[in-house]
Design a protein around this ligand. Structure first.
Ligand SMILES: O=P(O)(O)OC[C@H]1O[C@H](OP(=O)(O)OP(=O)(O)O)[C@H](O)[C@@H]1O
Ligand SMILES: Nc1ncnc2[nH]cnc12
Length: 175
């Protein structure tokens, strides 16, 4: 596992002062442009979910990079994938959650029909920074009938302590 994670970490690039001064942006896109890395990504995510979240029936990914993570592993696990989207993108009946960003508020939504009481959900995203996005997703799942097993991010920015208060949180690469 550690060797695979090193290969994945080494291919990602850091971009100081993007998109704003003071942010070191971690670019995950090289994970997807090479088929061997993409397969490796699927392997480490699969191993982590099987170990930490046995019984998972659905992965719920956060727009938009969480969609890439979820789709890299859902079919390997034989589970479904459900998106959480920013407001106004999903049709039909939705469940919504407002959350606070650095400045102001935003809203995330999930389709009401996408989860049932028999679902055991794992939230998946590429990266946790302040944790605001993931905490909103936790609350959103809490207002559905599904059970939340926990949350998985490939990357955690440790000094921001975003995982504090999130139950059963797992991350694989620490920066
Ligand atoms: O822990 P936080 O401080 O909430 O930040 C982490 C979130 O920020 C990024 O998404 P972003 O909102 O940039 O959207 P994107 O995936 O569409 O680029 C990232 O993919 C996480 O979802
Ligand atoms: N430093 C960072 N790199 C990439 N995506 C992010 N989302 C929030 N902080 C980020």
């Amino acid at each position: 596992m550690e060797e695979k994670l090193k290969v994945l970490n080494d291919c990602m690039t850091d971009h100081p002062d993007f998109p704003k001064p003071g942010i070191i942006f971690k670019n995950i896109m090289p994970l997807f442009s090479d088929p061997e890395r993409l397969a490796l990504l699927g392997e480490v995510l699969e191993e982590s979910i099987r170990k930490n979240f046995p019984g998972c029936t659905k992965l719920v990914g956060l727009e938009s990079r969480g969609f890439l993570m979820g789709m890299a592993v859902a079919s390997r696990l034989g589970v479904g994938f459900v998106p959480i989207r920013k407001k106004g993108k999903l049709p039909g009946e939705v469940v919504r959650q407002e959350y606070t960003l650095e400045y102001g508020t935003d809203i995330v939504e999930i389709e009401k029909c996408s989860l049932t009481a028999s679902d055991k959900v794992v939230l998946i995203d590429d990266l946790i920074a302040t944790g605001g996005t993931m905490k909103a997703a936790v609350k959103l799942i809490g207002s559905t009938d599904a059970a939340l097993l926990g949350a998985l991010c490939l990357i955690e920015i440790d000094f921001l302590k975003g995982k504090e208060g999130i139950e059963n949180f797992v991350s694989l690469i620490h920066v």
